[in-house]
Design a protein around this ligand. Structure first.
Ligand SMILES: C[S@@+](CC[C@H](N)C(=O)[O-])C[C@H]1O[C@@H](n2cnc3c(N)ncnc32)[C@H](O)[C@@H]1O
Length: 321
């Protein structure tokens, strides 16, 4: 297995600054290569629960966990993080895939290296190949459009159905390239949006995010922090709407909208605006360019579910994993 480039954690300094002083028990819901966990331990956390759905991420950290008594590794999805811990002092989520997942061709996430069309972070459940080869054309087009914001979704879906079966990332990338205009300098690769859409679908990333935010609300103690790093506008919108809504900041009453009975807010916002990387960080790590950090702090108000639709979560009708 070729060695993958190490994952460079993004926005880690602003995150630690926003939640300092770091104390008590934290849950890192996207353990990955452990960059956030390490920073939290270095900053003074008494214990960090390192959760990841990818068994390989945890396997690679086994030796570290054997020596570090303040680290506990757990395999699972962050949508159910409250099943692994309660009364937490902080929860961090750093969304998306790690460099370790992206750079290993055999995990099938990347159009840049040829591998099996897989894309499953947890290494179980239906793979991208099953989705691409079994879904009907309309559903594929909706996935590409809703999850990848791909305007040529119908054309790409038609080409995929014509060329099936498709078993490798290289072949899928070729098919997408074949129906889209040639990439201009400075533009992203033509297959970027299609690969993102399939990855989001295979891993139920938006459903996980909506449920994960609610699970964090249930698991945090009063005063506990929720810090989330996103990598594209849809994720950032979901986190922003969740935090604003649960902090009671969804717009005040107006002449047209009479005052409604308000519930006590479950969070206060630590940063009103999203925090992005500075020039030094983007120079060092281009992956940080689109990263946005939002931080909120739990109050004593009881946890409450929220309708994912109010978060602006894209929905593909008829799609169920
Ligand atoms: C961007 S990486 C995190 C990198 C990490 N912060 C670091 O510094 O090394 C995202 C990680 O989260 C995991 N992940 C993504 N969605 C998840 C979910 N719903 N539940 C649990 N783990 C998830 C992925 O498997 C991946 O390892």
């Amino acid at each position: 297995m070729p060695a993958a480039a190490p994952h460079i954690p993004v926005l880690i300094d602003p995150l630690i600054r926003a939640v300092s002083p770091v104390r008590g028990t934290w849950l890192d819901g996207t353990f990955g290569a452990g960059g956030y966990t390490r920073a939290l331990l270095d900053a003074g956390a008494d214990e960090v629960i390192g959760l990841d759905r990818d068994p390989l991420a945890l396997e690679l950290a086994k030796e570290w966990a054997a020596e570090e008594t303040r680290l506990r590794l757990v395999q699972g999805n962050f949508s159910r993080l409250d099943e692994h811990a309660e009364a937490l002092d902080g929860v961090v989520l750093d969304l998306g895939v790690s460099s370790m997942q992206l750079d290993r061709a055999e995990r099938g996430f990347s159009f840049q290296s040829d591998g099996p069309l897989d894309m499953r972070m947890s290494q179980e459940g239906p793979s991208a190949a099953e989705l691409v080869n079994e879904a009907d054309e309309g559903l594929l087009a909706d996935i590409l459009f809703q999850y990848g914001e791909e305007r040529a979704s119908r054309r790409i879906a038609r080409a995929i159905v014509r060329e099936r079966p498709i078993t490798t990332t290289g072949r899928l990338s070729e098919i997408v390239e074949g129906v889209l205009p040639r990439q201009k300098p400075g533009q992203s690769h033509p297959a970027t949006r299609s690969f993102q859409a399939l990855r989001i679908a295979v891993n139920n990333e938006y459903g996980e995010l909506a449920e994960g935010l609610m699970a964090a609300e249930r698991a945090l103690s009063p005063g506990g922090y929720l810090a989330v790093v996103t990598f594209h506008s849809v994720e950032d919108r979901m986190v922003k709407r969740f935090m604003q809504s649960r902090a009671g900041q969804t717009g005040g009453p107006s002449r047209h909208q009479p005052m409604q009975e308000t519930e006590p807010p479950a969070f206060t916002l630590v940063s009103r605006k999203a925090i992005g990387p500075d020039a030094e960080e983007t120079g060092r790590n281009p992956r940080a360019r689109s990263a946005r950090l939002r931080v909120a702090r739990r109050t004593e108000a009881p946890a409450k579910p929220i309708d994912p639709k109010t978060l602006g979560m894209p929905v593909v009708k008829g799609f169920k994993l």
